[in-house]
Write a protein of this length. Structure first.
Length: 92
């Protein structure tokens, strides 16, 4: 087994290679969210009864003078059904 092997139930290390499934869950959960643009640059995941994701994102507010920042967006994608946002934590 490689050094990258995850402990059972643990989140994977962050990777800048975002799979189609991860991107699809991100897009599904973020659909309709307004006010801030979130651009994922890395993802970590945890397989449970579905998948938990932590996306490291660059952010930009939708204001006249945009505020640039970063955030961790936590998303849960159940085995069946739509992905949902669990939390958005701004990184200062």
């Amino acid at each position: 087994m490689s050094e990258q092997t995850n402990k059972l139930g643990a989140f994977s290390p962050y990777s800048s290679e975002i799979s189609k499934a991860s991107k699809s869950a991100f897009d599904e959960a973020m659909k309709g969210l307004v006010g801030v643009r979130y651009a994922p640059v890395a993802v970590s995941h945890q397989v449970v009864s579905g998948t938990n994701y932590h996306f490291f994102c660059n952010t930009e507010s939708a204001t006249r003078q945009p505020v640039i920042g970063a955030a961790i967006v936590s998303i849960y994608k159940p085995l069946e059904g739509s992905a949902i946002i669990n939390n958005i934590k701004e990184i200062n």
